[in-house]
Design a protein around this ligand. Structure first.
Ligand code: SF4
Ligand code: SF4
Length: 210
């Protein structure tokens, strides 16, 4: 059996110890929490990357991703080619009242269209308002932190190499077009051109008046 009053003394000792410690309670929302930059707050959608493959909706354990789309026919890329059809996104919504933030949808998306955003202030008074549509998901996309820098010793990703080649080709084509248009305008400004010497003298280049 313990000494009478020892429990009370222990309790008071704990009280005295914690009284002198710095408080961890934050007066949210007046004081904003300092969260790690890669906090998993909510899911952002980069819809330009979404091909409507439906993988995220199929893999979501809570079935809380809603996607609608329609098919569109795209003309052939080259003459004589075949027309292609592609899916066009009509609706992309996530019901955050059901979502359990497992991140499976983000992991399985093969086209990097879903990302964790550190945004967390999206409480609603009505649970039905927790189904957020593509506009809101896109808005959250802009709060997603930039990806970590690549290892400088790593091999260049082949996508970057391919993008650089395409950019170089486009720049070369633009430079050739600019040179061609300059040559054409020089030719039209020749001796008989509107600004050429013969035109200014009022002759046709053979001495005859024009
Ligand atoms: S985080 Fe998990 S539960 Fe939430 S939408 Fe993605 S897959 Fe579904
Ligand atoms: S898995 Fe990615 S690309 Fe496919 S529908 Fe979902 S968000 Fe779009």
């Amino acid at each position: 059996m313990g000494i009478p009053g020892s429990g009370l003394a222990k309790g008071l000792a704990v009280t005295l110890r914690t009284m002198t410690r710095k408080s961890h309670t934050a007066q949210y929302p007046d004081a904003q929490p300092e969260l790690p930059p890669r906090t998993r707050g909510v899911i952002g959608l980069f819809e330009e990357n979404c091909t409507v493959c439906m993988l995220c909706a199929r893999e979501c354990p809570d079935w809380c991703i809603y996607i609608d789309s329609h098919k569109e026919t795209v003309p052939p890329a080259a003459p004589g080619g075949r027309e292609r059809s592609r899916n066009v996104l009509d609706r992309f919504a996530i019901d955050f009242a059901l979502c359990m933030y497992c991140g499976i949808c983000i992991e399985v998306c093969p086209f990097d269209a879903l990302f964790w955003s550190p945004e967390f202030e999206y409480a609603e008074e009505d649970i039905r308002d927790l189904t957020h549509e593509r506009d809101k998901l896109r808005e959250w996309m802009w709060t997603v932190p930039a990806p970590p820098a690549l290892d400088p010793r790593a091999e260049e990703p082949k996508e970057i190499g391919a993008a650089r080649k395409t950019a170089d080709k486009l720049a070369a084509a633009e430079a050739a077009a600019a040179a061609e248009s300059e040559r054409t305008s020089d030719a039209s400004d020749g001796p008989n051109g509107p600004d050429g010497p013969n035109e200014r003298n009022g002759t046709d280049g053979n001495g005859a008046a024009t």
